[in-house]
Design a protein around this ligand. Structure first.
Ligand code: ADP
Ligand code: MG
Length: 364
């Protein structure tokens, strides 16, 4: 439905979007995720037609749209600031685009009620934007964007101005609306939790570059870069050196200990890499007396490290367990509240264990 081929966008000397290629199938909910300034809005504006690429091509449907003005593209945009007309009623705000299309009065009324119903605003058609809450204004902006039934809806941080609770409720609603309409959504946010909640796939951007585009589970479990690993969720990134890499395992040297990791075809012997282990995969056990440091042995099925428990942070449903390794670096383990780890006193030597299969080697 939407395709970008080697798209670049420069502002003077500065490259805001750097060689982005992606393809969005019809009906997909794709999120572009990344920190402020990474080029998300610029990418969206090029799809909408408000900006032209410096080079590269953009396709909507099968049509190349380079140079096609926004109003001739079958897309609509929802902006963070809503951009409602303050002097028009809710009805007239939503009807605006339909009136431009010169549809009949009955057609306009029936489409506006359809859209109002979808965003759960029926009954408020005579209000003006200032008589609505922020959340209601956002719904009007959404209704206005979907009322023309564009093939693609572009959403640029549309929930950014709402409070946390409302934002979370709207995330669920947006996702179900997208399914109901079977419309292609391209959604931009800097909020990783928002991206994980709603998306079929997530494209992670870093300094104008699309680092990775994959399902939520894949970007979380198998990030391609250190940046993606750190941007999504909490990451323990252990600096290690590849000792030996042949399927089914890549063996690493970490501070003199040999650790197994799932085989990484990109990892070459002698190379410096990071081993990613997510906190929820790490178990923390008291160190038995027979577990002398030098004798900690790893089998290919599980990886083990030794450290000293520093503190346990109560997070409600979970506990965050901070453990210091020999070199002073810290590892975070997440355990469920009520875990036996609470019986371990700070300052006690502990053993960290995780199944080899949950580790992930990152080479860049
Ligand atoms: N019209 C413009 N002129 C010059 N620089 C711009 C313009 N629009 C965006 N930029 C720059 O491009 C970079 C990416 O911006 P943007 O796409 O808005 O990022 P994001 O939406 O990810 O926060 C930023 O450094 C921004 O300052
Ligand atoms: Mg932006």
């Amino acid at each position: 439905m939407v395709r970008l081929e080697s798209v670049f966008k420069s502002f003077g000397e500065f490259t805001a979007v750097n060689n982005v290629s992606l393809a969005v199938p019809a009906g997909e909910f794709l999120t572009l995720l990344g920190p402020s300034g990474c080029g998300k809005t610029t990418t969206l504006r090029m799809i909408a037609g408000f900006e032209q690429p410096s080079s590269g091509d953009i396709f909507i449907g099968n049509e190349k749209v380079n140079g096609v003005p926004p109003y001739q593209r079958d897309v609509n945009t929802v902006f963070q600031n809503y951009a409602l007309f303050p002097h028009l009623t809710v009805f007239d705000n939503i009807a605006f685009g339909l009136k431009l299309k010169k549809l009949s009065q009955e057609e306009i009324s029936s489409r506006v009620s359809w859209a109002l119903d979808l965003v759960k605003l029926s009954g408020l058609e005579d209000r003006r934007p200032r008589q609505l809450s922020g959340g209601q204004q956002q719904r009007v902006a959404l209704a206005r964007a979907i009322v023309c039934r564009p093939r693609v809806l572009l959403l640029d941080e549309p929930l950014g101005a709402l409070d946390l609770k409302l934002r979370k409720a709207m995330q669920i609603e947006l996702k179900s609306l997208q399914r109901q309409l079977d419309m292609t959504f391209i959604y931009v946010t800097h909020d990783q939790e928002e991206a994980l909640t709603m998306s079929d796939r997530i494209g992670v951007m870093n300094g104008g570059v699309l680092d990775q585009i994959d399902t939520a589970a894949t970007v979380y479990e198998k990030p391609k870069t250190k940046f993606v690993a750190e941007f999504i969720g909490e990451a323990n990134l252990l600096k290690a050196r590849v000792v030996d890499s042949a399927a089914p395992a890549t063996w690493l040297d970490l501070q003199g200990l040999r650790l197994p990791a799932p085989y990484s075809p990109e990892a070459k012997s002698g190379q410096d890499v990071w081993l990613l282990v997510r906190p929820e995969n790490i178990r923390v056990l008291p160190l038995n007396e027979q577990d002398a440091l030098s004798e900690i042995s790893a089998t290919s099925g599980s990886a083990e490290l030794i450290g000293v428990l520093q503190h346990i942070v109560y997070m409600g449903a979970t506990l965050k367990v901070i453990v210091a390794l020999q070199d002073g670096s810290k590892i975070t383990a997440a355990r469920l509240a009520g875990s036996s780890v609470t019986a371990i006193a700070p300052g006690t030597p502990v053993k960290l264990i995780w199944p080899t299969s949950v580790g992930h080697v990152i080479v860049r």
